[in-house]
Design a protein. Structure first.
Length: 283
């Protein structure tokens, strides 16, 4: 999907290869969009009864994007495992990235957690609690094959794009670049495709999935991968220890029983052990 959704919040249906269609809960008499108990298995409290509400920002393939009218992706599949453990269903809320990066959506009770290919940083830890790392990420310099750019160093003096509020944008700025900001990953890549920028700095997994399309791979290439030591984590409201522990358990179980590897290969590509080698954080 090539459109962005601006600053609206949308409730979406989610699906994974293992869980089938997950329907978003409708309104009910308790005034909070759910009915019955708001305590899931393991004593985990949820903001809406019967569901685990996930905030994200679309599109961000292969982690989450709309495919055939349903939100799918690597993050979606992993959080469905958490929902299964808790005996509830996942519902997804599409919001601007900064809404939940700052903890605002979590604090306001709009969602239980955020899953958005989010890099764990000390600055973000001030506002939210992160799960254990579930993905090792690198940045990529994506260019038109005709550009003559062959490395990050070659971006000096060029018009470079990056997604706003991301570590890719931060990294480009830290190296003296003044990137053009785009709201979503799709918008960044479209900016390159249409010549608005000459190169983009973006998370490599996004590029990896995009280059699976032969037409894209014929015209564009990765000039350089940059290992910035980034790790992705899911976020919960500060102090929500029970949900954070439930997420950590689901990640650990998926790695132990082979589910993580299966989902990685489905959504991202050939499995690399380093992608799952991050050391767990303290519970």
């Amino acid at each position: 999907m090539k459109t962005t959704f601006g600053r609206r919040t949308r409730i979406l249906a989610a699906t994974t290869a293992t869980a089938g269609l997950v329907l978003v809960a409708g309104c009910s008499s308790d005034g909070n969009g759910g009915s019955g108990t708001k305590t899931a298995a393991g004593g985990v409290e949820v903001v809406k009864a019967g569901q685990l509400t996930t905030c994200t920002h679309l599109p961000y393939p292969p982690f989450q994007s709309e495919i055939d009218g349903k939100v799918q992706g690597f993050d979606v599949s992993l959080i469905d495992l958490v929902a299964d453990d808790l005996g509830v269903q996942q519902a997804i809320v599409d919001q601007p990235f900064e809404n939940f990066k700052t903890g605002g959506s979590l604090n306001a009770g709009q969602c239980d957690l955020a899953a958005a290919g989010m890099t764990i940083t000390d600055e973000r830890k001030k506002n939210v609690d992160f799960s254990d790392p579930y993905f090792e990420a690198t940045q990529a310099v994506l260019v038109d094959k005709k550009s003559g750019i062959s490395s990050f160093a070659g971006l000096k003096g060029k018009k470079v794009g990056a997604q706003a509020q991301t570590t890719g944008e931060d990294y480009a700025k830290s190296k003296g670049l003044d990137p053009v900001s785009f709201e979503s990953s799709d918008a960044v890549i479209n900016g390159l495709r249409t010549g608005q920028v000459q190169a983009v700095v973006i998370d490599y997994p996004v590029v990896q999935g995009w280059l699976k399309d032969k037409a894209n791979a014929a015209a564009f290439e990765v000039a350089e991968q940059i290992n910035t030591g980034e790790q992705y984590g899911f976020t919960v409201k500060k102090g929500n220890t029970k949900l954070r522990q439930a997420i950590n358990k689901a990640i650990a179980d998926a790695k132990a029983d082979g589910t993580y590897k299966k989902l990685y290969e489905q959504w991202i590509g050939p499995y690399d052990e380093s992608a799952a080698s991050a050391s767990p954080s303290a519970s």
